[in-house]
Design a protein around this ligand. Structure first.
Ligand SMILES: [Zn+2]
Length: 323
């Protein structure tokens, strides 16, 4: 995840047409009832150990960068976890910009083959706990929570490769996907770090954000407006309320001023005008450990991560439903 933020609004208003009813909210939130915060953190620890087993490469050594990159052990780990959940994952293998790409994909079939994509990335710098181990573990938690549910639309899970380098994984996947088949995308990138100290949250000059780093940012392109409004309705309804701050984008966010929003794999969906929401804890605007060896398991906030993961499950449920 590189650069960020144009403007933020602490959103509360929901247009009546798309607002969720109280019973829709209750049903959506209940889909994560079986989620266990301890199991989530154990999964984080297990994936971090997988990263630590791998000898890193240095893809940008020729540019003077000694950032260690890892992606191989995590590919096998994600594939094995989907298999354990009873899904039938498959691998997308290719090369983009001279870098090898190995995406891991799995699906929960729905009544229609229209897709809702729930995505994260498994390539990383160092062996991190937040960026993006938290996104991968949350994606698996959604797969577990919705397994066995009858779905209106097909929910496709994609763990992208090469997000940290050239977006090779998402470039390849969206290039080979008919946009009209995609109803919406929910992309997670770093969703487990929080700090309730006043002044713990920052932002670029000229932008207002709450100064306490205890919220989840949900950023969308214009077609994703409904999803963002649903996230605002669902956050406070969780067993432990979660503050959601939304950024409603402009069109496909391809305006120079908004360029920094394109910091993760939802960028390819935005450029294809696919409704896509980007869920993030804002990384370096609250977390100085971002992209360092100090992005460790003990730096995470398990209660915050439990809430953000429940939100993703609830948001996926309402997004796949034909209302
Ligand atoms: Zn990331």
């Amino acid at each position: 995840m590189a650069g960020w933020l144009t403007w933020m609004a602490v959103s509360g208003c929901t247009s009546t047409s798309s607002a969720l009813t109280a019973s829709e909210i209750e049903t959506a939130v209940s889909k994560a009832d079986r989620q266990d915060a301890k199991v989530l953190m154990a999964q984080i620890g297990s994936l971090v150990e997988a990263y630590e087993r791998e000898t890193p490469t240095f893809p940008y050594e020729d540019r003077g960068s000694d950032l260690p990159h890892r992606r191989v052990e995590s590919t096998a780990w994600v594939f094995a976890e989907f298999t354990k959940l009873g899904l039938s994952p498959w691998i997308e293998e290719t090369v983009v910009g001279e870098l090898p790409v190995t995406n891991v994909v799995a699906e929960l079939p729905g009544a229609s083959d229209e897709l809702v994509l729930v995505t994260s990335h498994h390539d990383v710098w160092y062996a991190p706990a937040d960026d993006n181990t938290s996104g991968v573990v949350a994606m698996l938690a959604v797969a577990q929570a919705l397994s066995g549910e009858s779905l209106d639309r097909t929910v496709r899970f994609v763990s992208f490769d090469q997000e940290e380098t050239n977006f090779g994984g998402s470039v390849h996947h969206y290039r080979n996907l008919e946009p009209s088949r995609v109803h919406a995308v929910i992309n997670m990138d770093s969703i487990a770090y929080a700090d309730s100290t006043p002044g713990s949250q920052s932002a670029p000059v000229g932008f207002y954000v709450p100064d306490v780093a205890d919220f989840l940012a949900v950023i969308g392109n214009k077609p994703a407006d409904d999803m963002l409004r649903w996230a605002v309705q669902l956050g406070p309804a969780l067993p432990e309320p979660l503050r959601v701050v939304t950024v409603h984008g402009v069109g496909d966010n391809a305006w120079p001023l908004l360029g920094d929003l394109h910091r993760s794999d939802q960028s390819q969906a935005w450029l294809a005008d696919i409704p896509a929401s980007f869920l993030t804890d804002t990384t370096e605007f609250r977390n100085e450990r971002y992209h360092t060896e100090n992005d460790t398991v003990d730096s995470l906030d398990p209660a915050f991560f439990d809430k953000t993961t429940r939100l993703v499950t609830a948001l996926t449920w309402v997004t796949q439903a034909k209302r």
